[in-house]
Write a protein that binds this ligand. Structure first.
Ligand SMILES: [Zn+2]
Ligand SMILES: [Zn+2]
Length: 1001
């Protein structure tokens, strides 16, 4: 073994792959074969690659390599997601600006140019990692979502969707980031669990009732005895009566327009001091001490009551405002059973507002500050900061009942961490409700790994999906290709689906783009914003809507947009729908997997992919998120340098993280795999090369006769079938785990038990070595998709051929195991069980393995066939007994030890005759001589003379008669002390002293 580190070995192979274009050759070899279609989700290049990406690379690469070896054409082209908030935010920082106002001050052109210049900042780092991971992918020739061709295809797709009547403009309550000044998709927030529990002040407000609709007013103070207030005593000057309402978002109170109650919920009128309160009956005990309930009634009786408005904002005045309405979202689990309703800041509020005709008045500006409609004391103030002033005002005006700290889960911007709020915003939508049944139907055609996601997380996500808000109020993305008539009474909108259509329909194309070739024009803002069309209905000017597209529309368009479909590559793209395979981490069920499914369903009426592998999340060993500041995980580059990529890949691919479970990254486990797989296999390979320098044909197949050879070839076949079966089922865990076991069996059983045969140098040795060579070649093929480096090294060395990655997946993997094969495996397993019991019997009898024993008898409890002489011979050697036999019955006798498990019984004779004793002593003496040889640094083949001195005749007898001179390279044995040997030792064997000395001859 050389001192080359695993990383150096791998670097050399990388160089070889690059210089000899091995990836390109695999494509060349398969280019006319059936395509196996893989869609690769484009990452953002605005961050550095981390363990998640390393996992992704391993998961994608293993499948691509496997299907290539199976003879399919697996095109793999890298892509970059270039648009959207990640890069915009980075550029804002770089330019030292924040917010849309400042972007527009410096100019959208300059801002977008800076985005373009910086979006590929880390491409070099990515390239380094992707290459080092052994990923076969066309990285240099990557597509980018900011390419004009790509953007044009996105326009084409939007137009298809538009023409199907699935795009509409609406106002919807969305989560909104006031820093990024754009709505955030709920699937984006949901996918990254961007919710946090926050404890803050909730408020109970008193809304004074000032009128009713004539049925009953709560100015009345009925006596408790009068049923349902039949005999009302009208006391107009009676105590004031309040609706008691509750909210966790005090900043929305200036927007209050109504109170909602449940019409079947029981409410109560409570007297407290000089005032009366109305609230849900089952909340009374919680909010009042010793309450006096004056009256009980259903919520329906409250509907229509009018209350005094909380704030004076003229724009909010209307016939419908400041009244009580029934709504089915009201509960009494917390609060008061009366829900404060601010139409613009909650989905349910908004829907209720639309239903009963409440005004829709936005009180916040785009940055989340209160606008000019608001009373002066909080005008211009950030909404969250205004809360304490709002509470203060309520106190002063005696509209506050009390405040209470309340913990609830609130969303944060997944990009910038700013707390989000709900707001009704004008936006463009894809109508998901209309296509939902089809989305669900087509999901039935997808194989999900793990499969519980199919009808679990994914289906549930589709079922509850709202319409998809595809517009963003931002700058650096594909501009939405929608133009709207400026004549408000016309308001016609059109969608443009290509550059050519834009040129044809624009009224000022040349003015904006000058004489630029149509293929070179920039579809980004601000250029495309300047294009005007003429309305076909009213002949007024049409302007582009200001929004850009949600970048998830872009990444979902990857299957055709990277090809500039349908403007180019028409046939090829149509053949590539759906993909056979995609793999990303599990949160993409809500994002990329979902949006791909939506776009593909609309465009092609097909699912986007047939097989989808969901990986879990790589966490730090302590179960926390990997965090650079906490330094709770090892630098991936150090791990790679220390153990090599093969070990890291195998660690990931054989772990449950491939079945969407979390992985707590543990460096010790990578180390263990390095030792148990890479080192052990390297040792077997070196061992083979010690005895054979032959090249072996890749397509040669042995017909072994020796039982050990037959066994290892059978075991190899089993490995091939298991790996094939499980790779076909996208189960890399079950496909890869048997590799470790196989290498262990190969090294610790086959090679160890065959060592003496190899050494013999006869025809049997040659045959067996060829078998070992064959096994190593086939093993390297099985391992190639998982551990592409070590398999390449071994394959090249043994076959002399160019690359294992150009070899074919062995068809033996497709053929089932024969009964004979299964029986042989079973027998060898049984044999090894007997060995285990036999060794344990030796331990109990305190017999070293070197001491030969008389016999061992075994019995299978299920009356299985005996092992036969060939296997029994192996058993005898392994256990160092003179005779092995299958016995119909095992009877314990003197000087025997019995051992058994559920399947078999083993009886070991522990009686040592003088003959056996002498042999045992000879073996001990041999070991001592080998130690001396080693101490003196002798090589295999160096010959020695052996000197000894002892007064014990039995040791002397053992040395003369039983000692194996050939094994120890001894020429002469002499009883002599008057020599100065090269090395000497005074030892005790069997409690008797002997002096030994050796001299090289
Ligand atoms: Zn944000
Ligand atoms: Zn018009």
């Amino acid at each position: 073994m050389s001192d080359i580190t695993p990383a150096q070995n791998e670097e050399e192979i990388l160089k070889f792959w690059d210089e000899n274009k091995i990836f390109e050759k695999t494509l060349e070899k398969t280019k006319d074969k059936t395509p196996y279609v893989f869609y690769d989700g484009p990452p953002f290049a605005t961050g550095l690659p981390h363990y998640g990406h390393i996992l992704g690379s391993a998961a994608k690469d293993v499948v691509g390599r496997y299907w290539t070896m199976k003879g399919y054409y697996v095109r793999r082209r890298w892509g970059w997601d270039c648009h959207g908030l990640p890069i915009e935010q980075l550029v804002e920082q770089k330019l030292g600006i924040s917010g849309k106002k400042q972007i527009e001050t410096i100019g959208v052109d300059k801002f977008n140019d800076t985005c373009r210049e910086n979006v590929l900042t880390y491409v070099g780092e990515w390239g380094k990692m992707v290459r080092r991971m052994g990923r076969f992918v066309d990285f240099e020739n990557s597509y980018k979502t900011m390419d004009s061709t790509y953007m044009e295809s996105v326009w084409w797709a939007l137009k298809q969707i538009w023409e199907k009547g699935l795009i509409y403009e609406g106002r919807k309550v969305l989560m909104y980031c006031s820093r990024c000044e754009t709505p955030v998709s709920n699937f984006e927030v949901a996918s990254d669990n961007s919710y946090d529990d926050v404890a803050e002040e909730s408020v109970y407000i008193k809304a004074k009732i000032i009128g009713g609709d004539g049925r009953r007013t709560f100015f009345d103070t009925p006596t408790l005895s009068s049923p349902e207030g039949e005999k009302k005593v009208s006391t107009p000057a009676g105590p004031p009566t309040y609706l008691l309402a509750w909210t966790t978002t005090p900043w929305t109170l200036p927007g209050n327009l109504a109170m909602a109650v449940g019409k079947d919920i029981d409410y109560a009128l409570v007297k407290d001091g000089d005032a009366q309160y109305i609230l849900a009956k089952n909340r009374v005990e919680i909010l009042f001490n010793n309450p006096a309930i004056l009256k009980e009634f259903k919520g329906s009786e409250l509907v229509g009551l009018q209350y005094e408005k909380l704030f004076d904002i003229p724009q909010m005045q209307s016939e419908a405002s400041f009244k009580v309405y029934a709504a089915n979202f009201v509960t009494t689990e917390d609060g008061t059973g009366i829900v404060h309703t601010a139409v613009m800041y909650g989905e349910e509020d908004y829907n209720l507002g639309l239903e009963v005709g409440l005004p829709t008045v936005q009180l916040l500006n785009a940055q989340g500050h209160f606008n000019d409609l608001i009373p002066e004391f909080i005008r211009g103030m950030f909404y969250k900061k205004a809360e304490k002033f709002i509470v203060q005002q309520l106190i002063e005006q005696q509209k506050l009942f009390k405040t209470e700290v309340y913990t609830h889960s609130v969303p944060f911007c997944w990009r910038c961490g700013t707390r989000l709020y709900y707001s009704a915003l004008p936006s463009w939508f894809i109508n998901i409700q209309k296509i939902k049944p089809r989305l669900l139907e087509l999901n039935e055609n997808i194989n999900w790994y793990p499969d519980h996601l199919k009808h679990g997380r994914f289906q549930k996500g589709v079922e509850s999906a709202p319409d998809w808000n595809i517009s963003r109020n931002r700058y650096w993305a594909t501009a939405l290709p929608f133009w709207k008539c400026t004549n408000k009474t016309c308001g016609r909108a059109v969608c443009i689906g290509s550059l050519e259509e834009l040129q044809q329909k624009a009224s000022n194309y040349d003015q904006v783009y000058k004489s630029k070739n149509i293929r070179e024009i920039d579809l980004h803002r601000p250029y495309v914003d300047q294009i005007k069309l003429e309305c076909a209905v009213c002949a007024n000017e049409m302007l582009r809507v200001p929004e850009v597209v949600d970048c998830w529309v872009e990444s979902a368009s990857m299957p055709f947009a990277e090809y500039h479909y349908p403007f180019e590559n028409k046939e090829e793209v149509q053949k590539r729908v759906p993909a056979q395979f995609v793999a990303e981490y599990i949160n993409q069920t809500r994002t990329w997997f979902y949006v791909m499914h939506v776009i593909n369903t609309i465009l092609w009426d097909k699912a986007a992919f047939e097989n989808v592998v969901n990986t879990g999340v790589v966490l730090a060993e302590d179960g926390q998120k990997m965090s650079k500041s906490k330094k709770n995980f090892p630098d991936p580059w150090l791990v790679i340098d220390k153990y090599g990529v093969d070990a890291l890949r195998y660690y990931l691919l054989s772990s449950p993280v491939m079945q969407a479970e979390n992985l707590y990254f543990n460096e010790r486990e990578v180390d263990e795999i390095y030792k148990k797989v890479i080192l052990l296999l390297n040792n077997v390979h070196s061992f083979f090369r010690m005895y054979s320098s032959e090249k072996i044909l890749d397509d040669w197949k042995p017909e072994p006769t020796n039982v050990l050879d037959r066994w290892i070839v059978t075991l190899l076949h089993q490995l091939q079938t298991e790996t094939t079966k499980n790779m076909d089922a996208y189960d890399t865990v079950r496909a890869s785990r048997p590799i470790l076991k196989f290498i262990n069996d190969l090294s610790t059983w086959y090679v160890r038990r065959s060592r003496d045969r190899f050494k013999a140098g006869d025809q049997d040795a040659k045959n067996s070595l060829k078998v070992l060579g064959y096994v190593l070649i086939e093993l390297s093929k099985v391992m190639a998709p998982f551990m592409p480096f070590i398999s390449e090294k071994i394959y090249k060395d043994l076959t002399g051929k160019e690359s294992v990655h150009l070899s074919d997946w062995n068809k033996d993997g497709y053929t089932p195991m024969s009964d004979i094969e299964l029986a042989l495996i079973k027998q060898m397993d049984a044999l090894r069980d007997i060995v285990e019991l036999g060794l344990s019997a030796r331990t109990e009898a305190k017999m070293k393995v070197r001491q030969p024993l008389g016999y061992l008898a075994y019995k299978f409890k299920n009356a299985a066939e005996p092992l036969g002489s060939e296997l029994e011979k192996i058993l005898a050697e392994e256990l160092n007994v003179k005779e092995v036999s299958a016995a119909p019955d095992i009877a314990v006798m003197p000087d025997t030890v019995l051992r058994e498990n559920s399947e078999l019984q083993v009886l070991l004779s522990t009686k040592i005759s003088p003959e056996l004793k002498a042999e045992g002593n000879a073996r001990e003496l041999e070991r001592q001589v080998q130690d001396l040889r080693k101490k003196h640094g002798l090589n295999v083949g160096d010959l020695i003379d052996l000197y000894y001195n002892t007064t014990d005749p039995t040791l002397e007898g053992a040395l003369i008669e039983k000692f194996d001179r050939k094994k120890t390279g001894v020429v002469q044995v002499k009883k002599e002390i008057e020599v100065e040997p090269d090395a000497e030792a005074q030892v005790k064997i069997d409690d008797k002293a002997i002096w030994l000395g050796i001299t090289k001859v």
